[in-house]
Design a protein around this ligand. Structure first.
Ligand SMILES: [Zn+2]
Ligand SMILES: [Zn+2]
Length: 275
């Protein structure tokens, strides 16, 4: 077991866009010689969306999200934690989609469950998902890259300011499809918008993750890009985790070692935290 490698962003088949049972992800993580993993199934409580985000999958069936299925997911992870405890450390968490208008629902969820780790993510702007190909391109067609970034970083600022989260997921995820639509200008469109968010993160002790999945989408750099990781370091923002954003067992551990090397080259030590 390589003691330093972790993957703290894994979507098992409970997430509507993921496939595979908890056990298969665990076996893959052991094969990849990871020391610790965290499952982070998606939770989206934004009832203004009325689309499949509000669902989870249980045994391959779509079920509307409720606290019963969340308990079932947690129990499933815990059973595997126990079974594999001599081979790998397994944690149970969630990736929560953030929106200012349903902070109360997020707060209730976090009060109701004792997650090991929680990622807060901005996936939607104006209740449209900018990280789902079916929705993103339609949204981009009426929005300039600067407007997109203005709205994204405004929402991210609000996420950090809410006090609900200790860790921000994939900071510049709008580039996922934004690069194909807007071109390389999107990689610079955060200038002047990101710094206030990083400053607030540093002040509030909110950290970030390096998410390697950008490479699977054809990008040259991770989420966030190298320049943003360096800027985060300058602002004293902590790096809390590295994750593959795996949606299938074979994606677990994807480029994790490279991300560790990059982080340590920049000067980061990963400060793993609970929640
Ligand atoms: Zn996400
Ligand atoms: Zn994710």
């Amino acid at each position: 077991m390589n003691s330093k490698l972790i993957d703290y962003h894994i979507h098992p088949g409970y997430s509507v866009d993921a496939e595979g049972c908890i056990r298969d992800f665990v076996l893959r993580a052991i094969e990849m010689r990871l020391s610790s993993i965290c499952f982070t199934t998606h939770v989206d409580l934004n009832h203004a969306r009325k689309v499949w985000d509000l669902f989870m999958k249980m045994n391959g069936e779509y079920v509307r999200f409720d606290y019963d299925i969340m308990s079932y997911y947690i129990d499933d992870v815990k059973n595997n934690t126990e079974e594999f405890k001599d081979r790998i450390d397994i944690k149970c968490g969630v990736e929560i989609s953030y929106g200012h208008h349903f902070e109360d629902l997020i707060s209730d969820l976090l009060d109701s469950f004792d997650f090991d780790f929680v990622l807060g993510a901005v996936h939607c702007l104006d209740n449209v998902s900018i990280t789902a190909s079916k929705e993103a391109f339609g949204y981009f067609s009426g929005t300039s890259s600067r407007e997109l970034c203005e709205k994204y970083y405004k929402s991210l600022y609000s996420l950090v300011d809410s006090g609900l989260f200790k860790t921000v997921a994939h900071i510049d995820c709008y580039k996922k499809y934004g690069l194909a639509y807007y071109g390389p200008g999107i990689l610079e469109a955060h200038h002047g918008l990101l710094s206030p968010v990083l400053k607030l993160m540093g002040e509030k002790g909110v950290g970030f993750e390096i998410n390697t999945s950008a490479i699977r989408k054809g990008h040259k750099e991770f989420y966030p890009s190298n320049q943003i990781i360096k800027e985060a370091f300058r602002f004293g923002v902590n790096l809390h985790s590295i994750g593959s954003d795996a949606h299938k067992p074979e994606q677990v551990g994807f480029m994790i070692e490279k991300a560790f090397d990059l982080a340590s080259d920049i000067g980061f030590k990963i400060r793993r935290i609970d929640q």
